[in-house]
Ligand binder design. Structure first.
Ligand code: B12
Ligand code: SF4
Length: 449
């Protein structure tokens, strides 16, 4: 079959993110089908998409829905209306069935199927689209496709893929050019899954709880291909790169052994690392670490279900900075357990995180399939039948989000390394201007204080 895969994401805050998921879907389909990828970031307007559809005449169209909103209560934005415009446009030029997928879709499959009136959706890993195509070609039984959702049907949550992680399609992606021109950043994945139980987090639902690891030499092969393709920097998209200390160190050693010369960054859990861990990673090219710290109050960390306490955050931070890593910490005040005292505690300890960039997402978004959703339901903050596609944020009855924002803004005054949310359009615009001058990567070195 002729398959057109489209990345619908046009959000460029904090920067434009390469749609890696579609390379996995393409790899799973390419042996039996003709697959083409189009990226809305790389297109001037919808007219261009129309030309691609007319020229290629796809028999089926897959649409990747990464973000449903920006998860930022201080500057909320939703993307479903934009996606609806895209599906309406596709329908105006093609009668081929539309299949939805992607991480945003996986969180809200039923609601998004309805909002976009799509033919099919695949919850979770899109490699399973190969089974849907088999089914369509052979008039097979749809119930053999795990995670498939039909128009008007119920969502069935599939088990994560059993197989070990493989590589995505690594060549023949012309849309990479857009990212190489705008910051030079591409991305790769070395594992899927997270076994932690942080109460608000969707990642275990999207990727599964069991860790599935890519052999380190395969990760190095993927990294070298990115370098060869012209990437100046890459981001490792794993839920948490150090959720398996041994494997992540092996990956860094494999990068070093393969002679990788471009720097990279990743998400980290601020747990105390083994001796020499960050030095090993920097030898393999690690330049920046984004820590999911969330709070420096042990009361709050415990209520959030985090697998570390404030002392571990400081240990992880010191170890990373000593190794020369650019550190960033994400904070998520306002969830269960937060009160005036805990906010004060976090803000008074925060200066210990020197030489770092601090992101504050004030307000915890309630997602389905999370412990937070159960807590909010038990506290009467949401109804059992309430749809959460339209963002709902948890409210602590001990301190309001406005008060938290006020305190954070007051402390952030005059500090360029404190960003509310992802920094918004203003920071993204500064990055865009620096990229236009030839700068590459996330460019935190200009903010670190
Ligand atoms: C890494 C990451 C980032 C990094 C990206 C760095 C980079 N250069 O790549 C950074 C920190 C920059 C980032 C930023 C943001 N992120 Co983010 N991010 C992630 C994360 C952890 C992984 C995404 C990823 O690349 N996965 C690896 C690829 C291979 O998987 P995938 O894309 O999901 O694709 C698979 C399936 O989804 C499916 N699939 C994908 N497309 C399709 C298409 C079809 C047709 C089919 C059938 C299947 C299918 O198959 C693929 C292979 O199995 C996810 C959470 C998660 N665990 O998924 C959040 C996530 C995507 N981010 C999210 C958000 C909100 C954001 C921001 C808006 C936050 C903000 N305000 O700044 C920005 C937006 C950035 C942008 N410009 O779009 C949300 C999106 C949900 C939502 N609420 O909208 C997620 C899901 C986290 C969450 N809160 O639940 N992010
Ligand atoms: S917040 Fe990080 S450590 Fe916690 S469950 Fe999510 S991915 Fe895992």
């Amino acid at each position: 079959m002729k398959v057109l895969l489209i990345s619908a994401n046009r959000f460029t805050v904090p920067y434009a993110v390469y749609p890696l998921g579609l390379d996995y879907v393409a790899a799973a389909l390419s042996c039996r089908h003709t697959v083409r990828i189009s990226d809305m970031n790389d297109m001037g307007d919808a007219g261009e998409l129309g030309e691609i559809i007319r020229d290629f005449s796809p028999e089926i169209i897959g649409l990747s829905l990464r973000n449903v909103d920006n998860t930022d209560s201080s500057d909320p934005m939703g993307f479903i209306a934009q996606y609806r415009e895209i599906t309406d446009f596709i329908r105006s030029v093609s009668s081929s069935p539309i299949v939805l997928g992607g991480s945003g879709f996986t969180i809200f499959p039923g609601e998004i199927m309805k909002a976009l009136d799509a033919d099919y959706g695949i919850i979770g890993e899109g490699e399973r689209m190969a089974l849907l195509l088999d089914c369509l070609e052979n008039k097979g039984d749809f119930s053999d496709v795990p995670g498939l959702i039909l128009r008007g049907g119920d969502s069935r949550i599939p088990p994560p893929l059993e197989e070990s992680l493989t590589l995505p399609r690594l060549s023949g992606m012309p849309h990479r050019g857009y990212y190489l021109k705008n910051g030079g950043m591409l991305n790769l994945q070395t594992k899927r899954g997270c076994a932690c139980k942080c109460i608000y987090c969707t990642y275990p639902h999207i990727e599964g709880r069991k860790l599935r690891l890519l052999p380190p030499e395969k990760a190095a092969e993927a990294a070298l291909r990115l370098e060869k393709a012209g990437a100046k920097y890459f981001f490792v998209t794993d839920a948490a790169f150090n959720s398996h200390y041994e494997h992540s160190a092996q990956v860094a050693r494999a990068f070093q052994k393969a002679g990788l010369s471009i720097p990279w960054g990743a998400f980290f859990i601020p747990t105390s690392p083994p001796e020499g861990y960050y030095e090993c990673l920097t030898r393999g090219g690690l330049r920046h670490a984004e820590f999911g710290t969330e709070s420096l109050s042990d009361t709050v960390l415990s209520a959030y279900g985090k697998p570390f306490r404030a002392s571990h955050v400081f240990a992880a931070h010191r170890a990373a900075v000593k190794a020369g890593v650019h550190a960033a910490h994400y904070f998520l005040p306002g969830g269960p357990g937060e009160n005036h005292g805990t906010v004060k505690e976090t803000l008074s300890l925060i200066d210990k995180l020197d030489k770092s960039v601090l992101f504050f997402f004030c307000g915890m978004r309630i997602y389905p399939h999370t412990r937070l959703c159960e807590i909010a339901l038990a506290e009467g903050q949401i109804r059992k039948d309430q749809k959460l596609l339209e963002p709902v944020y948890y409210h602590s009855d001990k301190i309001s989000t406005e008060e938290i924002l006020r305190q954070v803004r007051e402390k952030a005054e005059g500090r360029i390394n404190w960003l509310i949310g992802a920094g918004g359009e203003e920071s993204a615009e500064i990055l865009r201007r620096m990229y236009a001058k030839g700068y590459t990567g996330p460019l935190w070195e200009y903010l670190l204080r």
